[in-house]
Design a protein around this ligand. Structure first.
Ligand SMILES: [Zn+2]
Length: 223
């Protein structure tokens, strides 16, 4: 197991070495270069599927991409659930990832030109919940463990993207931290998702290692 991980890490390092100078000169942010929100989301989704598809494959499993919907919450949940979630992106095993319009507006208002890098973090966190669901469909884990592990998985994805020169890791971390600080101004968010320092530490663990196994917490294990 260790050897496989080491080989993957080395492969990642090799990939991060620019092979052509023209490639090195271009900004490593293909999804961010999409001005249109729809194209950006499609691009990002492909990148998320590629990384997790590969990670699942190396451990003999199949990854299934979650549904992604954007827009008003026409929702299936109760009124109370909608009330709690309408200004946050969220994941449900049945309906996948939903990004409410109001959340997009909030992100744009708070982060301006950094909105897309912030959304890269948001969608990679929500995709982390899909990973958890596929690995442990019936586990009952503490909410904060589930959320901080999703932050760690977001970091894992970003590290692999950075190694493939598809993302700037520093830019990603700055955007993620800014969004975590914004969300953590809400005490309810802190109660359900963990404190901001705890979440940034989890993100950094994934970002540093690029290894999903480094995100293990309690019964929420990669293998
Ligand atoms: Zn979450």
């Amino acid at each position: 197991v260790t050897l496989v991980v080491a080989a993957l890490l080395l492969a990642g390092c090799a990939d991060s070495v620019p092979r052509h100078t023209d490639r090195a000169a271009s900004p490593p942010v293909p999804c961010l270069s999409q001005a249109d929100d729809g194209l950006f989301a499609t691009c990002l989704r492909t990148e998320l599927d590629d990384v997790w598809g590969r990670e699942f494959h190396t451990t003999g499993r199949n990854y299934a991409s979650p549904q992604l919907t954007v827009g008003e919450d026409t929702g299936s949940g109760t009124g109370r659930v909608q009330e709690l979630t309408r200004d946050r992106a969220y994941y449900s095993p049945r309906t996948g990832i939903h990004v409410p319009t109001r959340y997009l507006d909030d992100v744009r208002a708070a982060h301006g030109s950094r909105a897309h890098i912030v959304l890269s973090f948001t969608l990679s966190h929500e995709t982390g919940h899909q990973v958890q669901h596929l690995l442990h469909p019936r586990i009952d884990a503490p909410g904060v463990d589930v959320e901080t592990q999703a932050d760690c998985y977001a970091g894992v994805w970003a590290r692999q993207e950075a190694n493939a020169r598809e993302l700037d890791a520093g830019q990603f971390r700055t955007g993620a931290e800014a969004e975590l600080r914004r969300l953590s101004a809400d005490p309810e968010e802190v109660r359900s998702h963990g404190g901001v320092d705890q979440r940034i530490a989890a993100l950094d663990k994934g970002l540093r290692t690029g290894d999903p196994a480094a995100c293990d917490v309690g019964g929420l294990s990669w293998r």
